[in-house]
Design a protein around this ligand. Structure first.
Ligand code: NAD
Ligand code: TYD
Length: 351
């Protein structure tokens, strides 16, 4: 039986990954370490709460004692690090926590894994540390071209800088100590359980509750949308089959300008929910500081080496996603109660 330490498994991608893995594999055990920040939510894990193969532990990836104790207790084969502060706008407002969690938290996990897995330069058989990173570490593209694994790192936001710094530590542990590592860099994910500070769930929630739809600047910034389940599959494949030390880019082949995404959501909700949801809700607001213009991934390497490709076309994924949010109104109500309202007012006060 393979034993996984999954961090950040109560967040958006992490919870989808835990659910995906428990469905896909019988003989695994997942210890899910999550601090439960505003972005972590045990409701995301309701469908697996009675599964004995899943053990939830509330804790901080920066906490050396707690992480060491988990390694001693469970003798992990794999660490998959999803835990992070993940929102660019928050990183512009409060960069420090991004340095702490994303950089120092990663270094702590690497140290704890090294202490548990390495003896006199020999590493535990089959062990691996997988860092879940982002295409944002590559910076911004012009009108043409794609991010490759060889593209130089050129992060712009405090968020992407912290992820790039973490990636470099992972690379350093691979290079210096021969630690068995992989890094995956994916594009923008969408799907169930995404916190409504990110573009797609924010627009769905605002449209449904009659709020305006804040499009930053001209809305012509391009993101490469990846359905979250396709991403989970890629991580599973890299974890078990990725060549040690390699970076794999994971993209959706789904580049769209933000304004297209917003109009698509309006079109679907107009038909499914109310004719009052229409383009008059769109409000172009002040642009994000340092806003990256375009991201686009060439996922050729992971396709060639591991046979992965993004299976879910955007037209299908966006309908699945919107249906999920419509069927899970209580989830949305719960995550947007309390501090969310304050955050939302703050975030958009000048926009
Ligand atoms: P998320 O914000 O939804 O979830 C992050 C989770 O990490 C939360 O459950 C939170 O409680 C937990 N966490 C935060 N700080 C922690 C700490 N110190 N210790 C333990 N747990 C902590 O993020 P997400 O969208 O699911 O992203 C997961 C990973 O994927 C992140 O590393 C992110 O950088 C990366 N990523 C995300 C996207 C995307 O589109 N969402 C794209 C590329 C890369
Ligand atoms: P986001 O979901 O925050 O992801 P990221 O910044 O990591 O790509 O934003 C996706 C795009 O949508 C990005 O170009 C910023 C833009 N955006 C808006 O126009 N309005 C919004 O309210 C939000 C949250 C994002």
């Amino acid at each position: 039986m393979k034993k996984y330490l999954v961090t950040g498994g109560a967040g958006f991608i992490g919870s989808n990954f835990v659910i995906y893995m428990l469905k896909k594999h019988d003989d695994i055990q997942i210890v899910n370490l999550d601090k439960l920040t505003y972005a972590g939510n045990l409701e995301n894990l309701k469908s697996v709460e009675n599964d004995p193969r899943h053990i939830f532990v509330q804790g901080d990836i920066c906490d050396k004692e707690a992480v060491t104790a988990l390694f001693e207790k469970y003798d992990f084969d794999y660490v998959i690090n999803f835990a992070a502060e993940s929102h660019v706008d928050r990183s512009i407002a409060e960069p420090e926590i991004f340095a702490k969690t994303n950089v120092l938290g990663t270094v702590n996990l690497l140290n704890c894994a090294k202490a548990a897995w390495e003896k006199d330069g020999v590493w535990k058989e089959g062990a691996k540390y997988l860092q879940v990173s982002t295409d944002e570490v590559y910076g911004s593209l012009g009108e043409t071209g794609y991010f490759m694994e060889t593209t130089p790192l050129d992060p712009h936001s405090p968020y992407s800088s912290s992820k790039a710094a973490a990636d470099l530590f992972v690379k350093a542990y691979g290079d210096t100590y021969k630690m068995p590592v992989n890094i995956t860099r994916c594009s923008n994910n969408y799907g169930p359980y995404q916190f409504p500070e990110k573009l797609i769930p924010l627009m769905i929630n605002n449209a449904k509750t009659g709020k305006h739809l804040p499009v930053y600047g001209d809305g012509m910034q391009v993101r490469d949308w990846l359905y979250v389940e396709d991403h989970c599959k890629a991580i599973d494949m890299v974890c078990t089959s990725g060549k040690l030390g390699e970076v794999y880019n994971v993209g959706g082949h789904n580049e769209r300008p933000n304004i297209f995404i917003v109009k698509k959501i309006i079109e679907i909700l107009h038909d499914k929910v109310s004719s009052e949801i229409n383009e008059s809700l769109i409000k172009h607001v002040e642009d994000r500081k340092g806003h990256d213009r375009r991201y686009g991934i060439d996922p050729e390497k992971i396709k060639r080496d591991l046979g992965w490709y993004p299976e879910t076309p955007f037209e299908k994924g966006i309908v699945l996603t919107i249906n999920w949010y419509l069927e899970n109104e209580d989830w949305m109500k719960n995550v947007t109660s309390g501090d969310y309202q304050k955050y939302y007012r703050e975030m958009y006060k000048n926009r």
